[in-house]
Design a protein around this ligand. Sequence first.
Ligand code: FAD
Length: 191
Amino acid sequence: GNDCIGTCIRHGCKSITALEMMPEPPEERLPSNPWPQWPRVKKTDYGHEEAIALFGHDPRLYQTTIKEFHKDENGNLSAVTIVSLESKKDEKTGRFMMVPVEGSEQTLPCELLLIAAGFLGSQPYVSEAFGVELNQRTNVKTAEGSYKTNVDKVFTAGDMHRGQSLVVWGIAEGRACAREVDEYLMGYTCL
Ligand SMILES: Cc1cc2nc3c(=O)[nH]c(=O)nc-3n(C[C@H](O)[C@H](O)[C@H](O)COP(=O)(O)OP(=O)(O)OC[C@H]3O[C@@H](n4cnc5c(N)ncnc54)[C@H](O)[C@@H]3O)c2cc1C
């Protein structure tokens, strides 16, 4: 989300609003979140800082989501209706869910909407086209330490294999995968 904000600003957007489904995190750790747990605190990164410097306010709206899209006469996105969310316990599962607050709708002008809601594996059309099996985390399945899929001659590496990660992992997995492909083709490898 932060990268989307930074990129929009650098492309000269007139305004930007970032919707966050969850409540605003605390500035400092709560007693229920001590070290060495991951600190669940509010992070203001470069994109947020640039938005604050340029537009004079934090672009984030917490506990809010989109309810409706509106288009203009040419079929292009022109506005969105947003709605506030509150945390409510689902009596069936006992889990807390963010649910819309009736009557809290507002309509904002919007020309471009970017979704930064987490990575859920490769686009299904890619894995379906290759017929590769996925694991429980919707990444392409291989044996541990291997890059070979269930389909003969099809290998996988990087985000598609390990899930959303880092460039260094993309490079390392690409190299290790190339090694396995070489071994598969040649019967040995010097890579
Ligand atoms: C917004 C954002 C910010 C990030 N910031 C960082 C960061 O600061 N530091 C960091 O280390 N990592 C960062 N990452 C993660 C990093 O970008 C990824 O982990 C890395 O790029 C994964 O490399 P990859 O080669 O596995 O996949 P990708 O880089 O996604 O490459 C997959 C390629 O496949 C191509 N492709 C898709 N479908 C097809 C098709 N049908 N035919 C042909 N080609 C196709 C795509 O166009 C793409 O070029 C960030 C990711 C995002 C989304």
